[in-house]
Design a protein around this ligand. Structure first.
Ligand SMILES: Nc1ncnc2c1ncn2[C@@H]1O[C@H](COP(=O)(O)OP(=O)(O)OP(=O)(O)O)[C@@H](O)[C@H]1O
Ligand SMILES: [Mg+2]
Length: 267
């Protein structure tokens, strides 16, 4: 079972801490949204977990392996990150070679089959001979996911991913992630409260600190907390509030679907 244990970590790029005394644990098939405004430290935090940035204070364990012990390779094998900037991540001039990079690096079996399946699932099989740099923005995001699918890590982190995909494509990739990582951990990094709704746990980051860690129902309806973090409440929560201010009494709710239901049943 995948597990992450972040133990009182702090980090600085040179001038002041951008991650301060952060701790959290997660295991199994958790669906976590890491929510925070621009510059709150989300990408830094996941890079620390993946051992891409050197940790000096605190410790991080992934499946029991400590980042401090320097067993970074074993940790990286467990984690797949779809990075915020897909352009900077391509390592090969041919898409199918790029997709094969992960499994080759970790000496995984059946590489050709893994690559074929990953490109098919992400709708890129026809584009397999193309240069990744020539793909469209949305296709690049799919290509990033294909590269991770090919190694099937136990933990996947999506850093503001699929923002360039159209609604249909985003839904498709989301469903794919939820299917492939059904029994594994998915961490979604976002600045959108609406995107965090579908998680089962929301970790709210502000100025490099965790200021809330709880269910979407508790974190995403707390205006004061969200304001402190510079995050807009979910649309349905804002609409509910506006209606309440005009005298409508509605039950607590989070999603557009719930709001529709509440208005429908209003009397
Ligand atoms: N390589 C770097 N060198 C110096 N400072 C950095 C570096 N990378 C990030 N920072 C700073 O660290 C802080 C946290 O940045 P980080 O990229 O982790 O934020 P983020 O929450 O991912 O933001 P965004 O939503 O814009 O992606 C910011 O103040 C940023 O300017
Ligand atoms: Mg970021």
């Amino acid at each position: 079972m995948p597990s992450i244990s972040v133990e009182n970590i702090s980090f600085s790029y040179g001038r002041g801490d951008v991650i301060s005394s952060v701790s959290f644990c997660a295991e199994g098939a958790a669906r976590i949204a890491l929510l925070g405004s621009n510059g709150s430290g989300k990408s830094t935090l996941i890079k620390l977990i993946d051992g891409l940035l050197p940790l000096k204070r605190g410790d991080i364990k992934v499946n029991g392996c400590s980042v401090k012990d320097g067993d970074i390779r074993r940790i990286r094998e467990k984690i797949g990150i779809v990075f915020q900037d897909p352009d900077s991540q391509f390592v090969s001039p041919v898409l199918e070679e790029d997709t094969a990079f992960g499994p080759e690096n970790y000496d995984l079996p059946d590489i050709a089959e893994r690559v074929r399946k990953s490109l098919e699932l992400t709708g890129l099989y026809e584009a397999r001979k193309r240069m990744p740099q020539t793909l469209s923005g949305g296709e690049k995001e799919r290509a990033q996911l294909a590269g991770i699918l090919a190694s099937e890590p136990e933990i996947i982190m999506l850093d503001e991913s699929f923002t360039m995909l159209d609604e249909e494509g985003r839904k498709e990739m989301r469903t794919l992630v939820d299917t492939i990582w059904k029994d594994s951990m998915v961490i979604t990094i976002t600045h959108s409260a609406d995107e965090a709704i579908s998680a089962d746990r929301v970790i709210l980051l502000s100025g490099g600190r965790i200021i809330a860690d709880g269910t979407p129902e508790t974190v995403l309806t707390d205006y004061k907390l969200l304001e402190e973090a510079g995050i807009k409440a979910p649309l349905a929560v804002r609409l509910r509030k506006a209606l309440e201010e005009r005298g409508f009494k509605l039950p607590p709710l989070l999603t557009a679907e719930e709001l529709k239901e509440a208005i429908w049943n209003y009397h």
